[in-house]
Ligand binder design. Sequence first.
Ligand SMILES: [Zn+2]
Length: 446
Amino acid sequence: MPAPQAVDLLISARWVVPIRPANTVLEHYSLAITGNRITALLPTAEALDRFAPRQHIELANHALLPGLINMHGHAAMTLFRGLADDLPLMTWLQEHIWPAEARWVNDEFSEDGVTLAIAEMILGGTTFFSDMYFFPDATARVASKYQMRTQICFPVLDFPTNWARDASDYIHKGIKLHDDYRDSQYVFTAFGPHAPYTVSDGPMKEVVTLAAQLDIPVQIHLHETAFEVTEAEKATGKRPIRRLYELGLLTERTQCVHMTQVSKDDLALLQETGAHVVHCPESNLKLASGFCPVDQLQKGGVNVCIGTDGAASNNDLDLLGEVRTAALLAKAVSGNAAALNAFEALEMATINGAVALGLADCLGSLEPGKWADVIAIDLSGVETQPVYHPASQIVYATPAQRVTHSWIGGKLQLDNRRLVNIDIHAVREKAAQWAARIHRNEAQAD
Ligand SMILES: [Zn+2]
């Protein structure tokens, strides 16, 4: 018999939901990891013969999954969580969120808000998050510091904000950010033209050209509400997605966030271009924005992934909870209880995100050669007894607090619910300090 092969880490678990192959649950399997990559996934009995691991972790009641991919959010907005709730969208934006952003958002705010968001996301099983917010350099810096993976969609807008003066300033700063993180395995950059109604044709065209040159994704809020679509139709005679298509913005690198309004023609444009949809069900519910027809999109061959959106409109960054909402909502919206089954719901939060990012070779499933971004979920809680179908239990019955372990690129991030790299007490204290400042200011303004 050949000598056992040295590996850095062997994780043996009761169940593994590898996502690829699809619709699969493996029992008593082990994941071998060397450096930052998966070496093998095989029955535990075989793994113990074949490998000599430097470290062996046994998880007797747990399921291993690929790390979750949160495809849309505004991480620093965690510091505005619960600041203004239960308001109509435009009141919420114009009277609360935009003034608060103008008053408070700077580099320091972003650093503290993003740290809070990363702590919450790791505790909930997310190992990759996409972000679109001002001060993307702060987001990139913090993600890099904690070795959390992120897609930074640097914003592009027609009007000035605390971060940039005009469209060309946004683009210039964004390209600099892209250059700074060109070789990073943690920080990936993308264009983030905010929405059709905040970016005019000139900057949109520039984004089209540069995104093609750099071969990086474009993420945009699109068809979030019926109001957005009817206003655009009144002003231009076109639905926003048609305008983007004509500008050349819709490609297989494009991630369309929300899409609660999908006509036959809209669906045809998504199908023709291979653009992806990022579904944010809880934000859409909370802001009464509408319902994304996930079942219809999936049956039409459109890749649909999932995001939480910012904590100010959710109000958490719990992607497992989001997956559950998506699975339930897809059934209600389509009138079909078979829509978006448990495996498909988990794919939205893993491999579909990886595909939209253009990183499916590295992320989204537990397959040899991919990055070792792995989470463990404890299924011994009373709420998941008995376990007939682990994938169903994870989607329909498991709270985020049952995520016990997380590795990003083979490095331990969450160790039996303890954050390895982030000082949670300091994070709490900073959040409380910001809340005190913001609250005092709001009270004075009243
Ligand atoms: Zn958003």
